[in-house]
Design a protein around this ligand. Sequence first.
Ligand SMILES: C[S@@+](CC[C@H](N)C(=O)[O-])C[C@H]1O[C@@H](n2cnc3c(N)ncnc32)[C@H](O)[C@@H]1O
Length: 274
Amino acid sequence: MAERLFEGQDHARVYQKYRFPPQEALQKAVFSYLDRKGGAFGLALDVGCGSGQGTLLLAPRFRKVVGTDVSPAQVKEAQQAPHPDNVSYQACPAEELPFADGSVDLLTSFTAAHWFDIPRFMREAERVLAPSGCLVLTTNTLDMRLHFRDCDQELTQIFQEFRDRLNPYISDKVRLVASDYKEIFEAVPFQDKERVTDIVDKVPMTVAELVGYVQSFSMFQLYLKAHPEEARSQVQRLQDRLLKAMGTTSLETKLEFWNRQVCILASRRPIPDS
Ligand SMILES: C[S@@+](CC[C@H](N)C(=O)[O-])C[C@H]1O[C@@H](n2cnc3c(N)ncnc32)[C@H](O)[C@@H]1O
């Protein structure tokens, strides 16, 4: 069974405000693969699109892009955000995609596939992808570091201590992330597939943005639901400790958030016999 999180309107609003799209290194891995595979650029589906930050990246390359998500609240946020005419959004589960057999040229999912019912999702991917279609599944991993002048270690430690507080709220599904999507990779039903596990993006963000971003984590939202006051005070403590270690009082001070990402790249086209 797929697990239902991210459904609340407040969570969706935090998503829209603080989630950032796939950055340079991840984009390069994805788009250079698509260029290499040379499939068609008609219809792209971004499944588990959340508030649509990753979906928008596909718009310049595909005639039509549809972001889908099981959460109507996330879809509503995506629809309300500015988007080009060739992008639309639809609420539906990843395991029942309302698209015709063989009609999709690219199926992506950014930091969402671990929430799906994987066997059912893979059957849908196999059904909707065109004969030369590609499947791209990426995720942020739990390897996260903070960088600022000479206090990287201290900041990363403060951040880690905050994340340790969230451990009781980590879903079982996050095991798939902890193993770098190994099980998901094995379930991809195509012969032509690869898994890249060392993509690191360095995302510049202010302390305010970082503190907003951590509140989009599913485990933080569960913590907030279980212990609202404690969760809010831990966020405040994270913010105060980061500012102190950085020697600033301004929430607009920029630091860098480094995150390792994993990317599964697959093509439906059979590998030619050599
Ligand atoms: C961590 S968020 C990622 C959102 C977005 N792709 C991003 O990179 O910011 C996971 C998303 O997957 C969606 N989701 C979870 N289970 C799903 C399912 N079975 N079918 C479709 N979407 C699902 C959630 O509603 C949520 O919006």
